[in-house]
Design a protein around this ligand. Structure first.
Ligand code: SF4
Length: 250
């Protein structure tokens, strides 16, 4: 099975069909979402696994203090030239979704589609993320805020560099302070490491609940990775059940 050749809808259908017993939706997306939302989570870990607060370690070395008002923060960020990524970007990708969201999704960095549109998580990976979020009754239109660790696209979609993360992270730190979601979902290695404060592989980061500034934090695979590797679909599904459990208890 090669997920890379599948549209996002089909990938999620496989995700649903493999791990949730929901044969009665009859192809109706609303019914499928209800069934998925009502299905028991397969491996919801206990919240007793919550670890002590971690903080974003880098970001204050130059004393930069972003605005504490959301609109002012956004206006300042979209003009940012604090690192070299400003030279190659089309535009700053600040966020999508609602600033009063219940859940904040934090990815890694914009790709080509994001750089072009100015929105995080568009394209096939973004569509898959939206579909998985919908399966636990979340959407960027209603209750999800989405952003990235880096706000500008690294050239050639390379990985973020440590000094870029350090320079850009004050924007993210302030976004979290102002949005103050009920839960944070870090997708991908870089956001997971940054927010959990643990420098280990994603496979060791996921599957448990951390806290960041008192906010429950779950780490899971990036949807682009899911499109490449079906072995990570099951653990991702488990992580979303973990997130659902947090929201139901809070
Ligand atoms: S990546 Fe972050 S720090 Fe660098 S220019 Fe863009 S917004 Fe500024």
């Amino acid at each position: 099975m090669v997920f890379d050749s599948l549209p996002a809808e089909r990938a999620l259908e496989i995700l649903r069909g493999s791990f949730v017993v929901t044969p009665a939706s009859g192809g109706d997306p609303a019914a499928a979402r209800r069934e998925v939302a009502e299905a028991p989570g397969p491996t919801v870990a206990p919240l007793a696994m919550v670890r002590p607060d971690k903080v974003i370690q880098p970001g204050s070395s130059d004393g930069f203090d972003p605005p504490a008002d959301y609109d002012a923060l956004r206006s300042a960020a979209i003009q940012c030239t604090r690192c070299g990524l400003a030279d190659g970007r089309t535009q700053v990708v600040f966020s999508d979704g609602h600033p009063d969201a219940s859940v904040m999704v934090v990815g890694e960095a914009p790709g080509a589609n994001e750089d072009r549109t100015g929105l995080p998580f568009v394209g096939r990976a973004g569509k898959l993320l939206d579909l998985i979020l919908a399966s636990v009754d979340l959407s960027r239109e209603r209750n999800v805020y989405i952003c990235n660790v880096l706000k500008c696209r690294p050239p050639g979609n390379r990985n973020p560099l440590p000094h870029e993360i350090e320079t850009c992270s004050p924007w993210l730190r302030r976004q979290i302070e102002l949005v103050r979601p009920r839960a944070i979902l870090a997708v991908g290695t870089f956001s997971g490491r940054l927010l959990s404060g643990r420098d280990v592989a994603l496979g060791k980061l996921r599957g448990q609940v951390y806290t960041y500034q008192g906010i429950p934090l779950v780490v899971t695979y990036h949807p682009a990775a899911l499109l490449r590797n079906p072995r990570w679909v099951r653990p991702t599904w488990d992580d979303f059940q973990l997130l659902r459990g947090i929201l139901e208890r809070s």
